[in-house]
Write a protein that binds this ligand. Structure first.
Ligand code: MG
Length: 254
């Protein structure tokens, strides 16, 4: 009997560990104190890796001449990223002085950590054809660098999500960001999770349990203050995307 109870305790603690909310650094851990980092830079990714969080999010856009770059957009300094050639963008540093990273450089840095996954947000582009091309190029680059298991995807564009479902290897994770589909609709589209903003989830807290019942993950963005982070943890979100991973870790007892 004692053995059985012991076994039950192990199983229970293992399952509660598995259920703990994980932290994703929004655009990398760019807000690290005293670090002079910036959104989507290589240093922001490094700081997230140093912290050992589950994931580091990055925004990927295609330049006018077809290069994939890590930048939120639509603008980099005075240039519209998707309408400007890479050389021009590259010659213009990010505001902290770092150069604008390519997807390849970002993936090579991501590869240095076994623990911290790279969460690639594939940005919306101006035509479905261009979005399809961008999805295929990103998937090819990730495959070429043998990073398939190290990368997850998110997107606001349904077309981008659908193309990831169509072209990515089985088991690839793709979560929808735009907040206007129910968990059931996301499931029917083949997405693996919802990744909705905090306001949407406060309006639809029932979507958390519905998602879990459907086998979908729940990520909530961009949650930065203590009360909101605690709400996500109490309501059993799988992931919190935050600019404040230190506070999220503290609330999780990490
Ligand atoms: Mg993003």
């Amino acid at each position: 009997m004692k053995k059985l109870l012991f076994l039950a305790a192990i199983i229970f603690s293992a399952s509660s560990l598995m259920a703990q909310t994980e932290v994703i650094a929004h655009r990398g851990f760019h807000a690290k104190q005293g670090a002079n980092s910036a959104n989507n830079t290589i240093s922001a990714l490094q700081h997230a890796q140093d912290l050992g969080v589950y994931g580091s999010e990055v925004d990927i856009n295609e330049t006018k001449d077809g290069k994939l770059v890590a930048v939120h957009g639509p603008n980099h300094q005075n240039y519209n990223v998707q309408n400007t050639d890479f050389a021009v963008l590259r010659a213009t540093p990010v505001h902290n002085g770092e150069k604008l990273p390519t997807l390849e450089e970002y993936l090579l840095q991501a590869k240095k950590s076994k623990k911290t996954k790279l969460i690639i947000e594939i940005k919306s582009h101006n035509t479905p054809e261009r979005e399809t091309r961008v999805v295929k190029k990103i998937l090819d680059e990730v495959k070429r660098l043998k990073m398939t298991k190290h990368v997850e995807y998110i997107a606001f564009s349904k077309h981008v999500c659908d193309e990831v479902v169509k072209y990515a290897p089985k088991k690839t994770k793709i979560a929808y960001l735009n907040g206007d589909l129910t968990p059931q609709q996301c499931k029917e589209n083949g997405y693996t999770g919802i990744d909705y903003n905090f306001g949407t989830m406060k309006k639809h807290p029932e979507w958390i349990q519905q998602s879990h019942d459907l086998g979908l993950t729940v990520n909530i963005w961009t949650v930065n203050n203590t009360n909101d982070l605690q709400w996500c943890i109490d309501n059993k979100a799988d992931y919190i995307t935050t600019d404040n991973p230190i506070e999220a870790n503290r609330l999780l007892g990490k």
